[in-house]
Design a protein around this ligand. Structure first.
Ligand SMILES: Cc1ncc(C[n+]2csc(CCOP(=O)(O)OP(=O)(O)O)c2C)c(N)n1
Length: 640
């Protein structure tokens, strides 16, 4: 296609097929337009900016060279996929990113045939790609499969499990290691240091050897440009790298912002590679947008912002965030007890552990994206008498579940699990929702499972966890800011397995686990006003349950509603189990359990999600009325 000179190139591209017609020489212009479009879109939606800016050229080059969607392109994590979405038929909806009914902020199979595999959690792309590459071989198609994975994501065990398997299978898989020397925070670990050594060109081969090697591996018809490209990029085809030892043909590092380097390498690999190939591409996170390039986190994830100067819109907080309260409380406890150590899996600022790190760097461990390891590493520390706080988001703790069961719980080791982002997370959608932790932890014998009802309670729970040494203990708290309660100087040690009555009534009991307590109190006012005297209790513990308190609630009320921001199988299920086994369900008591609905809820504003789930005050009141089999309250307020 000859591009029209008076129309932006991007306007002439709806799908990658349009891009394939373009002359290579106009691609830098397209990259500029794509970058501008992405910056403009994210400035109005917020979202992941830095990673996408870093892969603009790479994304264009891949779609130009490979026959997507027939060739499969998998992005690891998927947070860098905005340029890909713009080029694959979704430009008209790009300003709906991360909003209700809009585009997902990650790759998603249901959204487009150009997203052959959904993601959001990291380090899955090589495994999925290998499955697809093997499927292509079994199906005897010539389809190519590419997995684009970051240097941060490469630190996870799963990525290595996949490399190991791919090398052994000799599968036709192309792994593109997108090395921007950043995770969310600067990457940590020996792997990251190793990649830096490779990128700095210490282990390189001379030109003649490169040519010989490529010819030997890729065949005689190797594009001469490839050798020029590789050398130009100060990159080399390295010999004896870890990837080569694992059975991959390893090319690079090459300059991931140069089409002169990317295109010939990709074309050669496309046409000649027979087994697994790893192309090491060096990019810059935030590339092409000065405020992002200058930011410490390279604008990993941003709020809406002003395109001119990059300033982000920030609503004035009414109260400190739960993360900040946790961080401060942990620092306080660490000051009193030198056995306390903190562990984060590549999320020092997200979890607030950066605060501990600033004061006690020797007692804070960023293990990289490696949740499984984080949990067992914590178990090892606990086995030696240390008091590890293994701070993970609820959604990422899922990845370490076998380690929680096998390495921590069965051995009764006192690992503390602060669980951030528990419950709905809004714009990040179902992959990041913290839905299951209560269910999967409270089912484990000997585990203490707590949820903070507000930020003061969170402080108490940090102190309680620090003091509790008899086995594993967790406490969950949501994303966002607290409710603005009076804060104690230091947390108190809570009695294990004891809840609290917040407000006494006589007919209805609302039994809350976690921060929905505030909505229960609003609902209680409405119910009181409607003539239904309501008790509100904060369970604090899903395990061990406050059996005595729950018995009293069951015996002295006509209706008992459990309320939690977690999936079915969590707190409410524990309570129902107890009530059933004590015969308290046979007494005429009306019991209802409010939990997250049994579906994958797409991104939306949290208020909308609460409403849909029936977890706001209105939903709680409606549940009480429904339990009493009335749409509105009987005139006399008396229960039937
Ligand atoms: C299992 C898991 N743990 C943590 C995260 C949170 N997270 C999202 S992106 C990211 C950094 C990824 O770094 P890298 O792979 O180098 O990609 P980059 O953002 O630098 O392009 C992290 C830690 C995640 N998505 N999945």
């Amino acid at each position: 296609m000859t591009p029209k000179l008076d129309t932006p190139l991007l306007d002439q591209i709806a799908y990658p097929a349009d891009l394939r017609d373009l002359d290579d020489r106009v691609l830098p212009q397209l990259a500029r337009e794509l970058r501008d479009e992405m910056i403009d879109a994210v400035s109005v939606t917020g979202g992941h900016l830095g990673a996408g800016l870093g892969v603009v050229e790479l994304t264009i080059a891949i779609h130009k060279v490979f026959n997507t969607p027939e060739d499969r392109l998998i992005f690891d994590v998927g947070h860098q996929c905005y340029p890909h979405k713009i080029l694959t038929g979704r430009r008209d909806r790009i300003r709906t990113l991360r909003q209700e009914h809009g585009l997902s902020g990650f790759t998603k199979r249901a959204e487009s045939e150009y997203d052959p595999f959904g993601a959001a959690h990291s380090s899955t792309s090589i495994s999925a790609g290998l499955g697809m590459a093997v499927a292509a071989e079994l199906g005897q198609t010539d389809r190519k499969v590419l997995a684009v994975i970051g240097d941060g994501a490469m630190s996870a065990g799963m990525a290595f499990e996949a490399l190991n398997n791919a090398g052994a299978l000799d599968a036709r898989l192309i792994v593109i290691l997108n090395d921007n020397d950043m995770s969310i925070a600067p990457p940590t670990g020996a792997m990251s240091a190793y990649l830096a050594r490779l990128a700095s060109g210490r282990t390189y081969m001379g030109m003649r050897e490169i040519g010989k090697k490529l010819t030997a591996y890729l065949g005689k018809n190797i594009d001469r440009a490839i050798t020029r490209a590789v050398e130009h990029a100060r990159g080399y085809v390295t010999g004896g790298t870890m990837f080569e030892e694992m059975g991959f043909y390893h090319i690079g590092p090459i300059d991931g912002h140069s089409f002169d380097h990317l295109l010939p390498v990709l074309r050669n690999v496309r046409d000649n590679a027979k087994g697994p190939v790893l192309i090491h591409v060096v990019t810059q996170k935030g590339k092409g947008y000065a405020p992002a390039e200058a930011a410490a986190d390279k604008y990993h994830a941003v709020n809406k912002f002003d395109v001119i100067d990059g300033t982000q819109a920030k609503a004035k907080p009414n109260a400190p965030s739960y993360t900040a309260v946790f961080a401060e409380a942990l620092v306080e406890e660490a000051r009193h007890d030198e056995k306390i150590v903190g562990i984060t899996a590549a999320m020092p600022s997200g979890t607030g552990l950066d605060k501990l790190q600033a004061l006690y760097p020797e007692r804070t461990f960023d293990v990289g994206i490696a949740e499984q390891h984080a949990v067992t590493f914590a178990a090892g520390l606990a086995a030696e008498g240390y008091k590890p706080f293994c701070a993970l988001y609820s959604t990422f703790l899922q990845r370490g579940y076998d380690q929680v069961v096998h390495d921590v719980a069965i051995q009764g080791l006192p690992v503390r699990f602060p669980i951030d982002r528990a419950g709905f997370v809004g714009a990040d959608g179902p992959t990041h929702a913290g839905s299951f932790d209560t269910g999967f932890l409270a089912s484990l014998p000997g585990f203490v499972v707590m949820a903070a009802a507000d930020e003061a309670e969170l402080k108490h729970m940090v102190r309680t966890a620090a003091a509790y040494d008899a086995g594993p203990i967790s406490f969950r708290y949501p994303r966002g800011e607290g409710v603005g309660v009076q804060m104690p100087e230091r947390g108190e040690i809570l009695e294990i397995g004891k809840g609290r009555i917040i407000k006494e009534g006589t007919k209805v009991a609302l039994l809350s686990f976690g921060t929905r307590l505030a909505e229960c109190l609003v609902a209680a006012e409405d119910l009181d006003a409607a003539g239904l005297s309501t008790t509100v209790a904060d369970a604090r513990f899903a395990k061990p349950l406050d059996v005595e308190m729950i018995r009293q609630l069951a015996r002295h009320h006509a209706v008992l509603i459990t309320v939690e921001e977690g999936a079915v199988g969590g707190f409410g299920s524990q309570v129902l189990h107890m009530l059933a086994n004590e015969g308290l369900l046979d007494t005429g008591l009306k019991v209802r359990s409010l939990a997250l609905p049994d579906l994958w809820m797409d991104q939306a504003k949290p208020e909308v999600m609460y409403e849909k789930a029936g977890l706001d005050a209105k939903g709680i009141v409606a549940t009480v009325f429904a339990a009493l089999s009335c749409d509105t309250l009987p005139q006399d307020g008396r229960l039937r």
